[in-house]
Design a protein around this ligand. Sequence first.
Ligand code: ATP
Length: 298
Amino acid sequence: MVKNMNKALLSKPSGLVEQALKVNKQTTTEDALNIDYTATVGQPNCQNAKFSTQNVNVYYANNQAIHDVSLDIGAHEVIALIGPSGCGKSTYLRCLNRMNDTIDICRVEGQILLDQENIYHQKQDPVLLRARVGMVFQKPNPFPKSIYDNVAYGPRIHGLTSNKAELDELVEASLIKAGLFQEVKDRLQAPGTGLSGGQQQRLCIARTIAVQPEVILMDEPASALDPIATAKIEELINELKENFTIVIVTHSMQQAARVSQRTAYFHMGRLIEVGDTNQIFTNPAHELTEKYITGRFG
Ligand SMILES: Nc1ncnc2c1ncn2[C@@H]1O[C@H](COP(=O)(O)OP(=O)(O)OP(=O)(O)O)[C@@H](O)[C@H]1O
């Protein structure tokens, strides 16, 4: 099914998908078009929710960036968050491991449950939360340390191993899962920053995996990479979903189609539509989703 969908996406006239990414200077406003963009279309709930987010509103000082978003994220699914630039994808993503706490003017309202527990409860330690809900950023950001120490950093801080042999094993296992071990096994003491961009990103994924998270948040993880390195990251995402729940923000609709089982379309801070990736890309129910997917904004 996904293959067919990919074909459909990739067979669109060239430039169409790219146009959709440029959104939306000349877009006629939704109000003028009389399009309802206040209620979510589709099925935001999951039977096996890892995260359950209810009525989430996010503000940067007086500007509201997220409006009343309710969405579940199922265990062991890859869900893609897509939408025009500035629609709030990263802001919503950062709510899931409280990375927004690091932005002084940011305020999050609503309920966000991880395994049915409120991650914004005052007793929740954000550092421990971020070990459970890891994050991979757009630009690979290895520490200025050796490849080994990059991966060993988290397990050391969290006391995950009790001796050097165990730590060695965990570092190796994490590098294997991140698809990097074969390329670096003979130079584990070399600086992580000396790797290629794609290798650095896989190192960051290994570093995230090493603390044994349950969820991995990825904010445009391949946007700084060339097509070959991107393909490796996408293959990796497919493998990682066996063990982790993955939420990925991407500007590439092809990438969303290739890696995710569900897709959520955001527009102006609102969750417009969510559904099976196949349905979103081949038969979107909301007019705004359709306009975005087909590049017909404006
Ligand atoms: N640190 C911040 N301080 C103030 N406003 C912010 C901050 N981060 C984001 N915003 C605002 O919140 C809104 C949503 O931004 P966000 O980065 O979440 O969107 P996005 O969909 O991820 O965009 P892009 O695809 O361009 O990365 C935008 O209006 C943006 O200007």
